[in-house]
Design a protein around this ligand. Sequence first.
Ligand code: 13P
Ligand code: SF4
Length: 327
Amino acid sequence: MLTEALLSRTAPLYERVRGVVPAFEWPAFAGDVDAILELKRRRNAVVLAHNYQTPEIFHCVADIVGDSLALAREAATTDADVIVLAGVHFMAETAKLLNPGKTVLIPDARAGCSLADSITAEDVRALRRQYPGVPVVTYVNTSAAVKAESDVCCTSGNAKAVVESLGVPRVLMLPDEFLARNVQAETDVELIPWRGHCEVHERFTPAEVREFREAHPGVVVLAHPECPPEVMAEADFSGSTAMMQDFVERERPAKVMLLTECSMSDNVAARHPEIDFVRPCNLCPHMKRISLGNIRRALETLTHEVTIDPAVAAPARRAVERMLAVR
Ligand code: 13P
Ligand code: SF4
């Protein structure tokens, strides 16, 4: 039963999402939001939320929000005892690698990623045998076991800088084929890709972008580099989710289309009601496993705790730390 007191306590939080969460939906969220804020205080916990989390999580209970790179950086500096990762499993593993002594929780342990599932540690070992001496750059969207077989990690926000930091003519760039091909267009380093794809971004097509441009004249198109290169060719700008957000903040286009996961537009739109968001978007079923309900449960019961075999964690941590040292 919702009390007047609870609704008035959470009213300022509702103001943050008023533009994207209908008023009739708020009572369904208010109780969990209120409980999560109290549990965070009690547990000395922080909630890290990726840009693809739904607005009531992103704007109302998260302490730190951002792209994969920002979440990794911030995870390395928090002094909380408990970290709840509102995102997918590889992000929680990265947070744990950087905080071996802290409790890192993922609210739903099944929150995976098609890219992380596309490659195994044995695949990386086989590639090393096939390309002796060629360094391995691995997207953070991978398991700790795959990171452990890699020289250095990257995200969509720093991939070109990481590849070029190695000072070599040839690099294995795993596992996102499209990210590798998109970075290839910007660097002279030869990139050898793997065959992994993001199931969300691979679904966008150039024809779809052209149709939306025709229907919405003047729309500015931003694409995530996990999209196929043919889609990127139709875009006005490309970058990680944080780079897309920065672009919108900086340029304030009247009409914008973000070729990425659906909650991204909602989260930026919540802060910019004056901007018209054209929304062909695809949902990530893994990101959508996280809810206020399971964040609350995670904090109440301290589940699901992320653990990593120490033999895997040490080399995986090295690959992540090398990435963080690049930029
Ligand atoms: P970034 O937020 O780093 O751009 O990554 C996007 C993504 O698909 C994460 O799963
Ligand atoms: Fe993985 Fe794509 Fe979902 Fe990100 S959006 S978690 S890359 S499947």
